[in-house]
Design a protein around this ligand. Structure first.
Ligand code: SAH
Ligand code: MG
Length: 820
């Protein structure tokens, strides 16, 4: 390359040459070799071509450059122990003069903040102030900070983090660097002893001794030196960006509130970076090749597809080639496969989805999310055995190749494991679906208590602020806040503590709670380096205070459709249908199987019926909590709603699965099961049918479930009425069923097949009906209903199983005195 041309250009190297000529004494004009390998992509690639080990060992590249320079005697002078090169024949002095004296707008001398990353992982990363002067060579300054005399003994890493960043690691060339690649095992061990694992992890190649992380250097953008402070905040964000959940948290700008969701429901409900993009970022961060996605259609899966006329495939949503059979007609069910390769092109992770999706892009996002979830579990528990990792993989349709996998992630073990050994927080994060109540303290809820509360599938919109509070101090330090933060309920999109609290409030209410500190790394990644936060921070006396206001709830599409397209709303029609049967049957006892948030039980209290005992059972604790709240406020003596039903003696809520028998719910007059069976796998729905009619034996059983054939109409109407909302269109088109939690939706024939066989087996009669639409008009009712009636007296069961747990209980004796 022509040096003259280079020198007058904006090439990063030209800045180094200019600075080199300003160096004083015998170093004048000398360029450190590591600068050439670090800033000249061509040279760097050439070295890697000669020996691929240069990728992970930058000293090796340095050696190649020196060797090459040595073959040019007379033009370049090298010094092996100096590790720098200089052109032997001087350039015309005028040229040097003019370049060196080029106008600079930089101040004479500047202090920048960098970080010292000690080689021992036990020593913490500390800020460090470096003073660079406009006339000195900044690498000489860094050299002195590292305890060596000049730039020639400094190694420069590749850039770290984002592609556009100038953040690099600087470390000393080990004195015995020549031995690194030699066969002298003693020397190798000695060098190994001062391996800087943290720095190596970030740089992606071996780094020995203490290292400095700084954002400084000559760039393609200006002839002046570029520099920026690098704070602990930057460092911890870099660390976060190595982990799947961290990448997600950063994309949501909610380090302390957000979590990588465990499921991808719909594109329109997802917030933050999409799984596929997160996976690509993850691979880049770990210097792995881009993940390879292949989506294929599997034509055999068309049984549960929407009718042909209603599919309008987004066949190239992700700009990918569709492999497999071409989609000529409708009903292509998509499957996706993702492969992750190591640096040397060995397959390390493979995910092949069993489930199929109506849209190619949904299949891709789901496959990517599976890989991310698996990786996330690995990062949270780095000491997991191969067996544990494999069985976790089986659940997620993932296969991994331990030998190559562990080789790619060697440094995670020490860097992240160390992090994890500090706090207990990671333990609760590894089980995103369990409530971690012990660590949430003093929940305080304010505001009117009636209104809409969030349920699974809804989008909650909250305002949130999270502060660091120190015991005994009255001030707090704001770490993270958002005026409006949206997330989908029930997908694990926020930390479990936060989701548990949101589930307890209604729109308009605010809540605050105190939580134990997460690992300090998370706090520092959030806190934008406020000096006060750092001074307040003490793992033993500090906690986090979360303050939220529930601003809005956007209900799932199914609920919105039922409200928008039916009057009264379909859910109300179902409840009214059940109420009417209950009144006509003069029932005194009722059990609502899968009572959810208690909408039926709640409405029943508004009518005069002969009911004395009402019971609800559900598998969801969250839903039961809401049901308990509603019933409690309605039945409490100081409630201003006058109970229409004055015969009611008791109301109970149980937690349990309706596929388990509990004799306390046996022999009731009426059993209801509205829109529940489609939330179970088909086998479980059949099991429930058998158990309910053979063991619970209600006199009457009312079962409702969506009529799949009616979806055509729902879809048409939604598409017409929601023209302004393309997201909504995607949502209805991408989902086979009305609701993402539905495991199936039956046609009238399928439903009748299930119900009549069931009735026959257990001596019940069955009648079909429904709500929304009409019986005689195609395609039937929107919600189909079967009413089973017991033909003989119920046998007495000796089985006295108690499988359910009482969640909430009310009885007349509690309140009769004060009520009257
Ligand atoms: N019946 C209510 C709720 C319907 S939503 C209504 O009409 O509004 C479906 C409900 O079924 C959810 O609350 C879910 O938690 C519950 N469910 C699903 N599987 C269940 C099971 N095996 N046992 C008990 N409840 C179940
Ligand atoms: Mg449903």
């Amino acid at each position: 390359m022509s040096f003259l041309k280079l020198l007058s250009s904006l090439h990063p190297l030209s800045g180094h040459f200019r600075a080199a000529w300003r160096r004083e004494g015998c170093l004048n004009g000398y360029i450190p070799v590591s600068v050439i390998t670090g800033y000249d992509a061509k040279v760097c690639n050439l070295c890697k071509y000669i020996n691929p080990d240069c990728e992970s060992n930058s000293f090796l590249a340095t050696k190649f450059v020196l060797r090459a320079a040595a073959t040019l005697p007379g033009s370049v002078s090298t010094s092996e122990d100096q590790l720098s090169v200089r052109r032997q024949n001087p350039y015309p002095p005028e040229l040097i003069e003019s370049l060196v004296n080029q106008q600079s707008v930089l101040p004479e001398s500047t202090s920048i903040v960098a970080l010292m990353i000690p080689s021992s992982i036990k020593n913490s990363v500390e800020p460090l102030t470096v003073s660079v002067s406009a006339n000195g060579y900044y690498l000489d300054v860094i050299a002195r900070e590292l305890g060596v005399t000049d730039a020639s003994q400094v190694m420069v890493s590749r850039t770290i983090g984002k592609a556009s960043s100038e953040v690099r690691l600087y470390c000393c060339t080990p004195k015995s660097y020549q031995l690194v690649s030699s066969s002298d095992s003693h020397a190798k061990e000695a060098v190994q002893g001062c391996l800087n694992e943290r720095a190596s992890y970030f740089a992606g190649h071996l780094i020995y001794g203490d290292a400095i992380l700084a954002s400084i250097g000559y760039t393609w953008r200006s002839t002046d030196l570029f520099y920026e402070d690098v704070s602990l905040h930057t460092y911890y964000r870099l660390l976060l960006s190595k982990m799947p959940s961290g990448i997600y948290k950063l994309s949501r700008e909610a380090v302390l509130a957000a979590e990588l969701p465990v499921v991808f429901t719909t594109r329109s409900n997802w917030r933050g970076s999409f799984p596929k993009d997160i996976l690509c970022t993850f691979c880049r961060q770990h210097r792995l090749p881009e993940p390879v996605f292949s989506a294929a259609s599997s034509p055999s899966e068309s049984s549960s597809e929407l009718p042909a006329s209603h599919s309008n495939e987004d066949r190239n949503g992700e700009g990918l080639a569709v492999s497999g059979r071409e989609l000529v007609d409708s009903g292509g069910a998509f499957r996706c496969e993702v492969k992750i390769f190591s640096m040397c092109q060995k397959l390390i992770i493979e995910c092949s989805l069993k489930k199929t999706y109506k849209k190619q892009s949904d299949a891709i996002q789901n496959a990517a999310l599976n890989v991310l979830s698996w990786l996330n579990s690995y990062f949270r528990k780095l000491d997991m055995s191969i067996e544990e990792l494999s069985s976790l993989g089986v659940e997620l349709d993932i296969q991994f190749y331990p030998q190559h996998f562990f080789k790619e992630f060697v440094w995670c073990q020490s860097v992240h494991n160390y992090w994890h050994s500090i706090g207990t927080y990671s333990n609760c994060l590894s089980q995103p679906n369990t409530m971690v109540e012990y660590s949430v303290r003093s929940i305080n809820i304010e505001g009117p208590s009636s209104g809409v509360s969030p349920s699974s599938g809804s989008l909650a919109s909250i305002s949130i602020s999270i502060s660091l509070v120190a015991e005994g101090e009255d001030t707090k330090e704001l770490l993270e806040s958002s005026e409006e933060f949206e997330f989908e309920i029930g997908t694990g999109a926020v930390i479990p503590h936060l989701e548990a609290v949101v589930a307890q409030i209604v729109v308009g209410q605010s809540a605050s709670f105190i939580m134990e500190l997460p690992p300090q790394e998370l706090v520092f990644a959030a806190c934008n380096d406020s000096a006060r936060a750092l001074s307040l921070f003490s793992p033993t006396d500090c906690s986090l205070e979360y303050s939220i206001v529930l601003l809005r709830i956007t209900e799932p599409l199914e609920e919105r459709m039922e409200k928008a397209l039916f009057s009264p709303p379909l859910s109300k029609q179902r409840v009214d249908y059940a109420v009417q049967h209950i009144r006509e049957s003069c029932a005194t006892s009722l059990v609502d199987f899968g009572c959810g948030s208690g909408s039926l039980l709640d409405s029943l209290l508004d009518y005069s019926t002969s009911l004395e005992k009402i019971v609800g059972v559900d598998i969801s604790q969250k839903a039961l909590t809401r049901a308990a709240k509603t019933l409690h406020s309605k039945l409490s003596p100081n409630s201003n709603t006058l109970l229409s039903n004055n015969r009611l003696k008791s109301a109970l809520l149980y937690e349990g699965s309706v596929t388990n028998f509990d004799h306390r719910l046996s022999g009731f007059d009426v059993g209801t099961c509205l829109e529940v069976i489609e939330h179970m796998e088909e086998g479980q729905a059949c099991l429930f049918g058998d158990i309910v009619l053979s063991l619970f034996c209600p006199r009457i059983l009312i079962v409702s479930t969506p009529n799949f054939e009616y979806n055509v109409i729902l879809q048409k109407s939604t598409l017409q009425s929601q023209d302004d909302d393309p997201d909504e269109k995607n949502q209805i088109q991408s989902c086979k069923f009305r609701n993402h939690d539905h495991k199936f939706e039956w046609t009238r024939e399928q439903f009748a097949h299930w119900a009549s066989a069931l009735a026959t087996r257990h001596n019940y009669s069955v009648e079909y009906s429904g709500v929304g639409g009409a019986a005689g008009v195609e395609p039937g009712f929107a919600s189909q209903i079967a009413v089973f009636r017991r033909l003989f007296d119920s046998p007495n069961h000796i089985d006295s199983a108690h499988q359910y747990e009482v969640i909430w209980e009310w009885s007349i004796t509690d309140s009769s005195r004060s009520a009257l």
